[in-house]
Write a protein that binds this ligand. Structure first.
Ligand SMILES: [Zn+2]
Length: 93
């Protein structure tokens, strides 16, 4: 006999499984469509990790919170500007 709890468990399992599948295919597609971005980020983060580099303060407002690396040009992957999340968002607009 299938109880309501079993059904709920099954549904949760199904959702989790499909979500995993969705994310995996999404990431794969993203890598293909935005290959330049993916390669630039991958190389850059690898470099940061290997040399244990710390992110600098924001180049615009000098904040040290939520620092992100901004690529001016994805083909020049090792040329980045450090910006806080807020300034980075504003720059994209
Ligand atoms: Zn800033």
């Amino acid at each position: 006999m299938i109880t309501e709890i079993d059904r709920r468990k099954y549904r949760e399992k199904w959702r989790k499984k499909n979500l995993d599948y969705y994310f995996k295919t999404y990431i794969k597609q993203y890598r293909v469509i935005h290959k330049d971005k993916y390669v630039a980020r991958y190389r850059f983060y690898n470099l940061m990790y290997r040399y244990k580099q710390k992110y600098e303060n924001c180049a615009i407002c000098d904040s040290s919170n939520n620092i992100e690396a901004h690529h001016e040009n994805y083909s020049i992957w090792n040329c980045v500007i450090f910006l806080c999340q807020k300034c980075h968002e504003e720059m994209k607009i």
